[in-house]
Design a protein around this ligand. Structure first.
Ligand SMILES: *[C@@H]1O[C@H](CO)[C@@H](O)[C@H](O)[C@H]1NC(C)=O
Ligand SMILES: *[C@@H]1O[C@H](CO)[C@@H](O)[C@H](O)[C@H]1NC(C)=O
Ligand SMILES: *[C@@H]1O[C@H](CO)[C@@H](O)[C@H](O)[C@H]1NC(C)=O
Ligand SMILES: *[C@@H]1O[C@H](CO)[C@@H](O)[C@H](O)[C@H]1NC(C)=O
Ligand SMILES: *[C@@H]1O[C@H](CO)[C@@H](O)[C@H](O)[C@H]1NC(C)=O
Length: 190
């Protein structure tokens, strides 16, 4: 039932609203996927030897598991002569934030620069370029690096792709993403 109090139109609208929305951030881990739906990122090409994770013993860059979300990451060293490398994340919500692990000086000849293009949704795409130039004067890796964010999206299904790019090698290490989900609360009883 719709109740309105005199001229207080805004109060009337609030009471008449069928539901109230709450927004929450949810995590998509690189390995375990969406904490609610379980959907995992897609990593292509899927052939052996492209993607690195914490089980890699021969990798030049070995992140500290205790500093990575869920102790996991998925990384690739892209070479310009490789076929296309693409990471795809799907989420339902209004915002997305993607966190990388980035590298600095990891020894002679190790590819530590990061360069990639983020593209959100195919129909009306929004793209952004991310680049991290390794600091040769320091060794520590950097964690929780916000590589891409986009808020104010229409509430619905979205697809985000991450494509390493550029004329030089690119080290892309995806740790996790957050997306903002709109929860429709049960109808107010007041
Ligand atoms: C979601 O996370 C982003 C990045 O940390 C933050 O800026 C934003 O305020 C968070 N949103 C909510 C609803 O917690
Ligand atoms: C980690 O990498 C190894 C070697 O590429 C692969 O066999 C394994 O499936 C990967 N694990 C996960 C959880 O992706
Ligand atoms: C990943 O970490 C979150 C806390 O950030 C935790 O709630 C979740 O259980 C962890 N998932 C796994 C599979 O360890
Ligand atoms: C990283 O990029 C900088 C600036 O473009 C370049 O000088 C350097 O050689 C690159 N390092 C590697 C390892 O490719
Ligand atoms: C979003 O995708 C889910 C399946 O992942 C589907 O059930 C739902 O209908 C989709 N919503 C919209 C608005 O397309």
């Amino acid at each position: 039932m719709l109740l309105c109090f005199g001229k207080v139109w805004t109060l009337c609208v609030l009471l008449a609203a069928p539901s109230l929305a709450t927004i929450v951030n949810r995590t998509i881990d690189d390995t375990y996927g969406d904490e609610v739906t379980g959907q995992k990122p897609l990593y292509l090409p899927s052939r052996a030897g492209v993607w690195q994770n914490r089980t890699c013993t021969v990798c030049d860059i070995k992140p500290d598991e205790s500093l990575a979300h869920n102790g996991t990451w998925t990384a690739v060293v892209y070479h310009p002569n490789m076929d296309e490398v693409i990471i795809t994340l799907r989420f339902t919500g209004v915002a997305i934030y993607v966190f990388f692990i980035t590298a600095n000086n990891a020894g002679p000849g190790v590819s530590t620069n990061t360069s990639c293009i983020f593209t959100l949704d195919g129909d009306n795409p929004y793209s952004a370029y991310y680049s991290h130039i390794a600091d040769e004067s320091t060794q520590p890796l950097e964690y929780d690096v916000l590589a891409f964010s986009k808020a104010g999206l229409e509430n619905g299904n979205h697809t985000l792709t991450i494509v390493p790019t550029g004329p030089l090698d690119s080290y892309v290490n995806v740790d996790y993403a957050l997306y903002t989900s709109v929860l429709q609360n049960i109808q107010s009883s007041h």
